[in-house]
Design a protein around this ligand. Structure first.
Ligand code: CAA
Length: 246
């Protein structure tokens, strides 16, 4: 007798309607998963994304613990239990440290680091109970190497790497893998917001000779989310055109 078909995995991608997040949603959808994207504010852009891809978009801030718990409950009511979490949501508030205001580090730490923790807490117990899960968080080359003007962002993205390794230990016995992808400078709205002369100087130092494409990051995330990736945990996959070799 043929074995029962495997259930369709359900994935949530935070910040999933633009940039690396949108490319990741598409990659996971292409791999056969049911995908939900989260977004913080831009309803029109989210509606256009859903119209174009058929991927449902849910609005909440990852910085808000209760909103994450409630949001995951909404996703699970719509699609089923969450098997895959991609912590992609991130912001920058670049400034040299001497000029940086407290709200600039609080906002970045709240979204880029606490957001990963809030989201993971909403899905981790269920993944462990079901003995299968994938959590992939987007760190950054600048969390590995540091970057002038990004004390806040580098701290948050380095924090993501510590979060990943510690949670990987807690998920390992239950089939829950926890990994990070550390992109370099990728062609997104976030990177295009860097002043053109500064970005040109950074791009000139990328050995591959160009910015990354969101799809090049997304395929790494999808690789780590695959059924066959169960022996990879606590890892950081650097995808930066050779700019920093960790
Ligand atoms: N290293 C050393 N010194 C530097 C420097 C650097 N990289 N960049 C600037 N400086 C110096 C300047 O020469 C200047 O020196 P003087 O005062 O002696 O003339 C001084 O620092 C300027 O300091 P300011 O505080 O006035 O800096 P600013 O206001 O002109 O600009 C900044 C600061 C906004 C942070 C600007 O440098 C910047 O935008 N840098 C790019 C930051 C960056 O790469 N962000 C990445 C965003 S994308 C992303 O984050 C995605 C990802 O994961 C990769």
């Amino acid at each position: 007798m043929a074995s029962a078909p495997k259930p369709r995995r359900v994935a949530v991608v935070t910040g999933g309607t633009t940039g690396i997040g949108a490319a990741t949603c598409r990659a996971l959808q292409g791999a056969g998963l049911a995908v939900a994207a989260t977004y913080p504010d831009d309803d029109a852009r989210a509606a256009a994304f859903t119209q174009e891809t058929g991927i449902a978009a849910f609005k909440w801030s990852v910085a808000d613990y209760q909103a994450c718990a409630d949001g995951i409950a909404r996703v699970e009511a719509a699609l089923g239990a969450v098997d895959v979490l991609v912590n992609n949501a991130g912001i920058t508030r670049d400034s040299s440290f001497a000029k940086m205001r407290p709200e600039q580090w609080r906002e970045v730490i709240d979204v880029d680091l606490i957001g990963c923790i809030n989201m993971a807490h909403a899905v981790f117990a269920g993944m462990r109970a079901r003995k299968w899960g994938r959590i992939v968080s987007i760190s950054s080359i600048n969390g590995q190497a540091g970057q002038f003007g990004q004390v806040n962002y580098a701290a948050a993205k380095a924090g993501v790497l510590g979060f990943t390794k510690a949670l990987a230990l807690e998920g390992a016995r239950s089939g829950v893998t926890v990994n990070a992808v550390a992109p370099g400078y990728t062609d997104t709205d976030m990177v295009r917001a860097v002043p053109a002369d500064i970005l040109a100087g950074i791009a000139a130092r990328i050995p591959v000779g160009r910015l990354g494409e969101p799809e090049e990051i997304a395929r790494c995330v999808a690789f780590l989310c695959a059924e066959e990736a169960g022996y990879i945990t606590g890892a950081t996959l650097s995808v930066n055109g050779g700019q920093y070799m960790a």
